[in-house]
Design a protein around this ligand. Structure first.
Ligand SMILES: Cc1cc2nc3c(=O)[nH]c(=O)nc-3n(C[C@H](O)[C@H](O)[C@H](O)COP(=O)(O)O)c2cc1C
Length: 256
């Protein structure tokens, strides 16, 4: 196996970081990244996967399920029995049915899901005052990702084609959506357009104003703003932050 694909949706970059550490652990140098976070990268032109490659799929957990924009595009990648690894990133609360959902998509689409894992990334709801899993993935998470990469290569070299058994329920828990909200723009906004360029669903106009009906509440605009000019002020979010910060530290779970 001399080529690896990293296929992911990652509005705040935690999924991207962990996938590259897993790739590092495999030692495979020919890496093709298919980052479909932005809408222009979901035009169907990047769906072809070489036959003899290892594929790592990654997406964030939203409300205990796969983020829905990610799930919809992931369903379009068709495989020919290539070994695949399913990775979900969550914000130290719980990943519930997200990993089994990703594994099901990948296997139904013709890949062989030989491994799966749930890693922890800084919760998107983190702000200056309330830190939830801040700084993660950290060095210990990265070591676990590298170790997973090594184990994947060992499993492939041993011609072991057993599918990974991952936790989760079928039917999956009902999809819940976030209450409709969009970040407010503060007086420090310069209309530089960085938030618009980084919005995964094209929900921001030329004046940096968000469209509530399109917003997926991913926080990409807030995290990417160099002027700290965007903020989510919904009272429900403030309550959620207070509760999420109480969760004890979770560790990566590897299934191989
Ligand atoms: C709308 C929304 C819902 C989320 N739901 C969960 C959840 O159910 N459990 C959890 O632990 N983290 C949850 N998170 C946190 C993300 O899974 C976490 O921040 C993840 O690292 C984001 O991945 P990314 O950096 O690749 O975008 C949620 C985040 C958002 C924005």
């Amino acid at each position: 196996m001399d080529k690896i694909y990293l296929i992911y949706f990652s509005p705040t970059a935690n999924t991207k970081k962990i996938l590259s550490k897993i790739a590092e652990g495999t030692g495979i140098e020919n890496i093709q990244e298919i980052d479909f976070t932005l809408p222009q990268n979901r035009d169907g032109s990047n769906l072809n996967i070489d036959k003899d490659a290892l594929v790592i799929f990654g997406a964030p957990v939203y409300m205990g399920r796969l983020q829905s924009t990610a799930a919809a595009y992931l369903k379009q990648f068709k495989g020919n029995g290539q070994p695949a690894v399913c990775i979900v990133l969550y914000g130290n609360r719980a990943f519930e049915d997200a990993l089994i959902e990703l594994t099901d998509i990948v296997s139904e689409n013709g890949f062989l899901p030989i491994a799966g894992a749930a890693f922890i990334g800084e919760h998107s709801f983190t702000d200056d005052k309330v830190k939830i899993a801040a700084g993660r993935p950290d060095s210990s998470d990265n070591e676990a990702a590298i170790e997973l990469g090594e184990k994947i290569v060992a499993k492939i070299n041993a011609n072991d084609t057993t599918s990974a058994k991952v936790p989760g329920n079928r039917p999956y828990k009902n999809s819940k959506t976030m209450p409709k909200m969009t970040p407010v723009k503060k007086s420090t906004c310069t209309n530089c357009g960085i938030c618009k360029a980084n919005c995964p669903v094209g929900a921001i106009d030329d004046n940096s104003v968000g469209d509530k009906s399109k917003c997926i509440v991913c926080f990409a605009c807030i995290k990417n703003c160099p002027y700290g000019a965007r903020e989510m002020r919904n009272p429900l979010l403030l309550l959620a932050r207070k509760s999420l910060v109480k969760n004890p530290r979770k560790e990566p779970e590897l299934y191989i």
